[in-house]
Design a protein around this ligand. Structure first.
Ligand code: TPP
Ligand code: MG
Length: 536
C-alpha cells in the first residue's frame, strides 16, 4: 500500500508536473521523502518561499503548465502570500502545496510549532480554490482537482494543504464516485455579436493576460486577421499576437495613435480580459460599443458597461465568431487606414522618444536579444517604459509583475522561466531595490548551474517612490539606498559581472552574456528621472 505522500507525488507526475520549487521544513519532510523517490519530478531548492513562488509563477507563465511550490506550515507558507497575490491577479496557475500542524491540532490554539489558527484563510482571496485535506478525503481526487482548477478556464493559483501526520499514512482511497454536475453557464448569442461585428466600421479587439494564459492566443490571432481589426493588450498580454504584426498596436495604454483608435472605434471586442481598473481605466482607456467575452460574469460591467456579453468557454466563442465572420470583406480604404495608423504609430513613437535615454536602453535590449527571448521585468522605471516601448514578439516575450505589482519579482521569476526553457534566451531587468529582495537566489542558480543575464539598474534609490514624493510633496524621504558592490556580490557566487553606462555598452554586454550561456550580472549605472505615464 502506498503512502499518501507517494500518491500525491504520483498524481502530480501523472498530471504532467516535472518541476517543483520549494523549501523543506519540519512539517513537510514526509512529502520530501516521496519527492526523493519520485524520479520524474525535479525539485529546485530555493532560498526563500517568496522566491520559490515567483519562480513557479515564471515557470507557469512561460509554459502554460502549472507551477508548483512546496512550502511548509505557518511562516513558510505565509511567505508565499505576496508572490501568490501577483500570480492571482496575473492569472498564473501556481499550485501551493503546504502542510499544517497535525490534523487533531488544527485550529485548537494549542501553541504548537508554526501554528496558525486559520492558516488557509489568507489564501481565500488570492486563489481559485482552497483545498484542505481532512480525514476521509480522497487524496488523489483532491490533487487532481487542485491541478485542474488551476489550469482551467481563467487560470489561477490553488492552495492545497495536507496536515503533517497525513504524509506517512497509508492511502486508503474513499473514492467519490458521484458524477460532478457540469457547470452551468449563461447562454450567449454569438450570432448577434457576429452581426454587430459585420456592421462595425472600425472595430477594435482588446485582450490580456487571462486569454494569454488560457492559451486562447492563436484563436484570437485568427479572429483579428479575419476581422482585419487593430489589436491591443494589457502589459502581460503583449505578444499574444507578435507586436510586429501589421494589426498589433501594442499596449492599450499608449497615447497618440492608440488613443485615437479607442476614440474612433464603434465596436470594442474584449476577449477573456477582466478589463481591470488598474490595467485600463486608470490610464484613460475608453472602450466604446463593448462586447465582453469572458468565462463567467464576475468581471462583466465592473469597470466598463458591456453592450453585449458572451459568457462561456472563451476559446469556443472566439472560434465561433471567426467562423461566422469568415469571408467578411474589408474595403481597400479600411485596410489603407489601418496601415496608415500603424505606420503613424511607429513614426510617433520615434518622435516621442527622441533623446530619451529610457527608450534608447529599451531599443538596445530589443536589438541585442533574439525574437524568441523572454524579457522578465520588475517594477522599475525603465521597466514601465518597456510596457509602452518594448516590442514583444511572442506570447510571454515580456513578463512583468502586473498582477499585484510587487517589486522583487523579475530575478526569481526569470529563474523559473529559464528552468522551464533551458534553451531559450532569458533576460531579467530589475531595479537595485527590487533585486535586493531576492539576490540570495543567486545561490540557487549557482547550485543548479542556471545562467542568464540579469540587468540591475543601479540608481541607489527607490526612484519610483522618490519621484512620487517629489511630485506630491516636493521632498523625497527615505528612498536612498546604500547598495552592495553588485559586481563583487555576483563574483562571490562564481558569476561574471560587468558595469555599463550607455545603451551601446548594455547591448554589447547582453550579446556577450547570452553567447556564454552563463549567469551574468550587468550593473547598469543610470538614473531615469521619471516614469512614462502620460508621456508616450
Ligand atoms: C512588495 C512591494 N513593496 C513596495 C513597493 C513600492 N514600490 C514600488 S516601486 C518601488 C521602488 C523600486 O525601486 P527599484 O527597484 O530600485 O526601481 P526604481 O524605482 O529605482 O527604478 C517601491 C518601493 C512595491 N511595489 N512592492
Ligand atoms: Mg532604483
Amino acid at each position: 500500500m502506498k503512502k499518501i505522500s507517494e500518491v500525491i507525488a504520483e498524481t502530480l507526475r501523472n498530471a504532467g508536473v516535472e518541476v517543483v520549487f520549494g523549501i523543506p521544513s519540519v512539517h513537510n519532510i514526509g512529502f520530501y521523502e516521496a519527492l526523493r523517490q519520485e524520479p520524474f519530478i525535479r525539485h529546485i531548492l530555493c532560498r526563500h518561499e517568496a522566491s520559490a513562488t515567483h519562480m513557479a509563477d515564471g515557470y507557469a507563465r512561460s509554459t502554460n503548465k502549472i507551477g508548483v511550490v512546496v512550502a511548509s506550515t505557518g511562516p513558510g507558507v505565509t511567505y508565499t502570500i505576496s508572490p501568490l497575490m501577483e500570480a492571482w491577479w496575473s492569472c498564473s496557475p501556481v499550485l501551493i502545496i503546504t502542510s499544517n500542524v497535525r490534523s487533531n491540532q488544527i485550529g485548537r490554539g494549542l501553541g504548537v510549532l508554526h501554528e496558525l489558527y486559520n492558516q488557509s484563510d489568507p489564501f481565500k482571496d488570492i486563489t481559485k480554490a482552497v483545498i484542505c485535506l481532512r480525514a476521509g478525503d480522497d487524496v488523489q481526487t483532491a490533487v487532481e482537482r487542485a491541478v485542474s482548477i488551476a489550469i482551467s478556464d481563467r487560470p489561477g493559483p490553488v492552495y492545497l494543504e495536507i496536515p503533517t501526520d497525513f504524509w506517512d499514512l497509508e492511502f486508503s482511497s474513499i473514492k467519490d464516485e458521484a458524477e460532478r454536475e457540469p457547470e452551468t453557464r449563461a447562454s450567449h448569442n454569438v450570432d448577434a455579436a457576429i452581426q454587430l461585428l459585420k456592421n462595425a466600421k472600425n472595430p477594435l479587439i482588446i485582450s490580456g493576460v487571462e486569454a494569454l494564459h488560457a492559451g486562447v492566443g492563436p484563436a484570437i490571432r485568427s479572429l483579428v486577421e479575419t476581422l482585419h481589426a487593430p489589436f491591443v493588450t494589457d502589459f502581460n498580454g503583449k505578444g499574444i499576437i507578435p507586436e510586429d504584426h501589421p494589426l498589433a498596436f501594442g499596449s492599450a495604454t499608449r497615447r497618440g495613435v492608440v488613443r485615437e483608435i479607442h476614440r474612433t472605434c464603434d465596436v470594442t471586442l474584449a476577449i477573456g480580459s477582466r478589463l481591470r481598473y488598474v490595467d485600463f481605466k486608470r490610464r484613460g482607456v475608453t472602450l466604446p460599443g463593448l462586447i465582453h467575452i469572458d468565462w463567467d460574469t464576475t468581471w462583466i460591467n465592473k469597470n466598463y458597461p458591456a453592450d453585449m456579453q458572451l459568457i462561456g468557454d472563451v476559446q469556443d466563442i472566439v472560434v465561433s465568431l471567426t467562423k461566422g465572420l469568415d469571408g467578411i470583406s474589408r474595403s481597400e480604404e479600411h485596410r489603407g487606414n489601418i496601415q496608415e495608423l500603424r505606420e503613424k504609430l511607429e513614426r510617433d513613437t520615434l518622435a516621442a522618444t527622441k533623446g530619451r535615454m529610457e527608450a534608447e536602453y529599451i531599443r538596445a535590449v530589443r536589438q541585442a536579444i533574439p525574437p524568441e527571448s523572454s524579457l522578465v521585468v520588475d517594477n522599475t522605471i525603465v521597466g514601465y517604459f518597456a510596457e509602452q516601448l518594448y516590442m514583444s514578439l511572442k506570447p510571454g516575450g515580456i513578463i512583468a509583475p502586473k498582477g499585484a505589482t510587487p517589486i522583487g519579482f523579475a530575478f526569481p521569476a526569470a529563474v523559473g522561466v529559464k528552468i522551464a526553457n533551458p534553451k531559450m534566451p532569458v533576460v531579467a531587468l530589475t531595479g537595485d531595490g527590487g533585486f535586493l529582495y531576492g539576490t540570495q537566489e543567486m545561490a540557487t542558480c549557482a547550485q543548479y548551474g542556471i545562467g542568464f543575464p540579469v540587468i540591475v539598474v543601479n540608481d541607489s534609490a527607490f526612484r519610483m517612490i522618490d519621484y512620487l514624493q517629489l511630485a506630491n510633496y516636493g521632498e523625497g524621504y527615505e528612498t536612498t539606498l546604500v547598495n552592495p558592490d553588485f559586481i563583487a556580490l555576483a563574483e562571490s557566487y562564481g558569476f561574471s559581472a560587468v558595469r555599463v553606462d550607455s545603451p551601446e555598452k548594455l547591448g554589447e554586454a547582453l550579446e556577450n552574456a547570452l553567447a556564454t550561456g552563463d549567469m551574468w550580472l550587468i550593473e547598469l549605472v543610470a538614473t531615469f528621472p521619471d516614469p512614462p505615464f502620460g508621456q508616450v
